[in-house]
Design a protein around this ligand. Sequence first.
Ligand code: UDX
Length: 446
Amino acid sequence: MEKSNGLRVILFPLPLQGCINPMFQLAKILLSRGFSITVIHTRFNAPKASSHPLFSFLEIQDGLSEAETRTHDVTLLLTRLNRSCESPFRDCLTKLLQSETEEEKQRISCLIDDSGWIFTQPLAQSLNLPRLVLNTYKVSFFVGHFVLPKLRRERYLLLQAEEFPPLRKKDLLRILGEETEVLDSYSDMILKTTKASSGLVFVSSCEELDEDSLSQARQEFQVPIFAIGPSHSYFPGSSSSLFRPDETCIQWLDKQEDNSVIYVSFGSVVTISESELLEIAWGLRNSGQPFLWVIRVGMVNGTKWVEAIPEELMERLTEKGKIVKWAPQQEVLKHRATGGFLTHNGWNSTVESVCEGVPMICLPSVWDQLLNARFVSDVWMVGLHLEGKIERNEIERVVRRLLLEHEGELVRERMKRLAEKVGRSVKQNGLAYRSLQHLVDYLSSF
Ligand code: UDX
């Protein structure tokens, strides 16, 4: 770790697992480069301060009721949070800046927060504080999704859906069908506030994964853009889980053969129905392959955990498989026994899988996941796509194709090459590594 450079960075993560991990990874990188870190966070999904003794934490009231925090509607949750956090965040930041003038030894360099916070840009501007926007999506998605409101208004364009590769017409119809005016105006605000910011940091992208869209993003936003590559590569295994990972996964994996296990996880937000749960269960069981399956508490609509799986089926499942509530995902993907990842293609999961060279089975649910999945299956060709078919025979078949057949070997070979390419990017003199260096220089210049 470098010695302190006398500068403090304020971080303000969105309280979602997919946003907290990358933000804390960035925090660790900046700390190792001599910056001090203060994290302002909501009460809802508060990070564990005790896991990060070198950071300072300040909690703000988010005004959400218990029932409001349980919603599965992420857009609703984020718009509510933006409304209720504005005033407490302003008070907290103003106090921090005042204490800075009293304590001259450490200067606050800037605020870094998620693109999903739309009130922070005008606030930072009014306080004369540079604000950088952290982005946890794939660059192509971030750039592309701003055309969605227009597309939604001009639905006839759907006839030319082939103009949005690698999305297929059916993906676009799903994306456009999902959301409404609330999301459109939220997206418009994200675009506006990002353009007004002092810079844009992509923590899980690099030239190797996003070459075309990075140049497009530079044109569109006209602010410095940093693509520092898969941030967890700089500090492997350092996840900031909101849930407690079940560490017995690793002992269980130790007992399995190389590349034999299919790891199944749908991230921290996606939910499925009882019948989908049963189809996946039967598919995994019938594939005959060992599997490690994350079923979050509350993931299956209308039930608490796995009650919908009949006892007899559960007995058969546990002969070859293991079901947990939350896994140490990065360690699981790193394990020699893990041969494939049945995933919803959240961007973090996708990148973590790429970094460990684990080929995927794509089962995207919503939003950016549909685009990420197409990159995996159609552009990089490092995974097989289920095409939304949550059906036991399809699942059994795709698991066997990936783990047992020649087709799977070819996919694995291509994934290995992609993993090596991305791995080189975060090493000294790699493109992502150099971008990180530019970011550190930029933050030091404020
Ligand atoms: C959300 C959105 O759903 C996704 O579309 C977007 O790309 C990012 O924000 P989420 O659904 O949680 O994210 O998925 P993902 O991006 O894959 O992030 C999940 C994170 O939780 C990963 O870092 C993963 O390692 C971690 N995880 C997941 C665990 O540590 N253990 C688990 O059991 C499951």
